[in-house]
Design a binder for this molecule. Structure first.
Ligand code: A2P
Length: 343
């Protein structure tokens, strides 16, 4: 399917832009863990961390400040330094002939940029013009659950409440949660600098900018990106996004309405058989997915799959997924793997 645009069959030169961030560090370790065919790895970040060393395949690699020359001869750029940095370097990356897989929201809704979750819409990746966007973390986790159900039942409406960890705001926010939690335990007033409020023993509505419809940017990303990935422009989607004091795995309560009555056991079976999903569901002992179950792991855990008692055509489920892995870095590396000759 992707044969005309595969990577050359040789060790590749790969650059990670934002290599010192929470997602960047995970990208670097996933390239090693998944034995991605890397000949040369370039670690790019800002001036702040230029010169620092990272160990990769047992050898030290120096982090470089990003510059034009750093992209020369590169086959693949995995970008995770934020939207403005991705916008700034996109043309340089494309002129160098590299494929850019971008973790920021900069290009996700552009008509000529595929937005890809490999288990959901791998075929979309083939239509790229040099850039492929990695979706928003909560959206990736959500679409893994929606796709197997939407292939069987006509899906009408999806309502989501999220419980998002500190990792979604980057490595500094994770560190801040640890420090401020210690402050609270020591009866000190927690004063946040990275997040707008202290997350220690607290939670708050996602603080991304509000649109005129009173939804925040994160919620509108879920709405728009879900429709694009699923190829369902008329799907009705609404979300409320909340930041919670968890370090790195996101959770979501999801209500899915179909156009017709559905069979609950068939829905459960479809989810159980779907790639990337693990069912954690023990009704007898009341044990369902928790962030700690998925931290550092690849699978999205789903449980408490049940009929909505308020609507005959609706299903309720609960899911947890590691935001840094499947919600970001793993999905990006899996997109790159679609273009490998030998998989
Ligand atoms: P640095 O460590 O030099 O600040 P996170 O999302 O976890 O906060 O990570 C952000 C990543 O983006 C880090 O690797 C950070 O590098 C990188 N970054 C931030 N600003 C720039 C910039 N102006 N140019 C290149 N990389 C940047």
């Amino acid at each position: 399917m992707l044969s005309s645009i595969l990577f050359p069959d040789r060790p590749l030169t790969v650059a990670v832009l934002g290599a010192t961030g929470a997602v960047g560090e995970e990208l670097v370790s996933l390239l090693e863990e998944r034995n991605f065919p890397v000949g040369e790895l370039r670690l790019l970040a800002s001036k702040r961390s230029a010169g620092s060393l990272r160990v990769w395949r047992d050898k030290p690699i120096k982090v470089e400040e990003v510059n034009e020359a750093a992209f020369q001869g590169v086959d693949l750029v995995l970008a995770s330094a934020g939207g403005s940095i991705s916008r700034k370097w996109k043309e340089v990356i494309l002129s160098a002939g590299a494929l850019m897989i971008d973790n920021s929201s900069a290009f996700r809704m552009s008509a000529d940029v595929p937005l890809v979750v490999p288990e959901v819409n791998p075929e979309a990746a083939a239509n790229h013009k040099g850039v492929i966007a990695n979706p928003n973390c909560t959206t990736i986790l959500l679409t893994l659950a929606l796709a197997p159900l939407a292939r069987r039942f006509s899906m009408r409406r999806v309502l989501i409440s999220t419980y998002q960890s500190a990792s979604g705001a980057g490595a500094r926010a994770m560190e801040e949660l640890k420090v401020l939690s210690r402050d609270v335990l020591e009866d000190k007033k927690p004063i946040s600098e990275v997040l707008p409020y202290s997350l220690a023993f607290n939670l708050f509505l996602h603080n991304s900018p509000l649109a005129s419809n009173s939804y925040c940017e994160e919620e509108m990303k879920m709405v728009n990106e879900t429709k694009k990935i699923m190829g369902l422009p008329d799907l009705l989607v609404s979300a409320t996004c909340v930041r919670v004091p968890v370090l790195r795995a996101h959770s979501e309560a999801v209500n899915i309405e179909f156009d017709q009555v559905f069979d609950l056991e068939e829905a459960r079976h479809l989810l159980k058989e779907a790639p990337g999903i693990e069912i954690i569901e023990d009704f007898e002992s009341n044990r369902f997915p928790m962030p700690v179950d998925v931290t550092g792991r690849d699978l999205v855990a789903i449980g408490r799959i049940r009929k909505d008692i308020s609507h005959p055509n609706a299903l309720e489920l609960w899911l947890c997924g590691d935001q840094i892995r499947k919600g970001a870095a793993l999905n990006a590396v899996q997109i790159a793997e679609l273009f490998l000759t030998r998989r």
